[in-house]
Design a protein around this ligand. Sequence first.
Ligand code: FMN
Length: 212
Amino acid sequence: MFTSTQNNDFANIVKGRRSVRHYDESIKISREEISEMIAEASLAPSSANMQPWRVVVVDTPEGKEKLRPLVRFNTLQNDTSSAMVLIFGDTESYLYVEEIYNTAVEQGKMPAEVRDRQLETILSMFPTLPKELKVEIAKVDSSLFAMQFMLVARAHGYDTNPMAGFEVDQVARAFDLDEERYAPVMIISIGKAKEEGYETVRLASDKITFWR
Ligand SMILES: Cc1cc2nc3c(=O)[nH]c(=O)nc-3n(C[C@H](O)[C@H](O)[C@H](O)COP(=O)(O)O)c2cc1C
């Protein structure tokens, strides 16, 4: 992890991130580097550390062809990016929770009694939650992963564009995922900018903050 980052200037990474919609088609990011970026983004926090984000990386011409009719007005990103990263939230992420907590104990990062207590709480509650709540939790956590992925991409010298403009009811099935289990969160295009993203403005913090 963090072996191929190019930029370690936090302010530059955050301030310089812009949605880029047109990429240099000659740049192909290796699967190895994308995997590294996914591992780095996975350091994001999540509810009970269940890490419900799941990723489909579409980086082949066939995959892009399949995705194209599903991305509405976002075809330029699909056609020119190095990859389209489809982020889903796994509503059954608790299936991995024992593996995660056991590993933490094995690595000396969590006492066994804490694991036992937490697993009992999580496994007695999480599977029984209503589906809407499972989807909501998975989406909140996966959005944190998505944000971190975009910043990690900048640190690697790449640009991104988060997208909600796609056929949310079709993408899971199109890429062979169980649509009952995996909730689509967003798609992020990644590549090297051919055209810089335009500058945008933000509301002042006093407009969006309530002090009590
Ligand atoms: C959840 C989400 C969905 C978005 N969907 C799209 C989209 O479908 N197409 C697009 O071109 N931009 C999309 N955007 C990008 C926003 O337009 C952009 O983030 C915003 O204008 C601020 O610009 P910046 O990203 O350059 O800072 C989306 C952003 C977010 C966070």
